[in-house]
Design a protein around this ligand. Sequence first.
Ligand code: B4P
Length: 188
Amino acid sequence: MRLVLLGAPGSGKGTQATRLKEHLQVPHVSTGDLLRAEVKAGSPLGLQAKEVMARGELVSDAILLGMLEDRFSRDDVANGFILDGYPRNLAQAAALDALLERIGQPMDAAVQLEVDNELLIDRLAGRAQAEGRADDNPESVRKRLQVYDEQTAPVIGYYRDAGRLGVVDGVGTLDEVFARILAALERP
Ligand code: B4P
């Protein structure tokens, strides 16, 4: 299964990808996690990304594509993957199609988790308290939601127009949402 998970910040992409990875036995590739690992390591890339992420803006397409090409050059994605956090704009969507075609791993499905803004803000506030992630403060969350509406929402239309999109209600318990995603993946 080669799956792309889409949805606003706090919609449950990372949360559900962790479960799907166990169920489908394929690696979870999260661009947010890859970036946070670079920040933690203090690499030159991490230093560039740190402030941008804390502000809730998008890190440059060039950095993201380089990171993704590197990750997809590893053997473990040969049997499938769950990609979470990418693409976040139309340029990234086109770059992803080109990359997957080049490595002969076209995506099987794109699934969007739908959650209203009020609940997204609540969830991220909950995570801010539990985990203290640098970009879960109210100002960055507002910015991330704005960036999502302006830059990432068109990606949903891109996959819908191509007949590749499954939409899943992301409101409910973790088990309920997980079951809905599996059901969406079974639909022809
Ligand atoms: P990400 O790491 O992708 O962050 P995210 O959108 O907030 O999603 P995440 O997967 O972490 O959270 P989830 O919804 O699972 O990106 C962070 C930053 O990295 C971006 O702002 C950007 O700066 C940069 N970046 C990443 N990719 C990029 C790209 N392609 N291009 C440019 N920049 C990029 O969970 C959120 C919370 O909700 C959790 O606390 C969870 O427990 C809770 N939750 C989830 N499901 C729930 C449910 N059903 N019920 C109750 N709570 C739930």
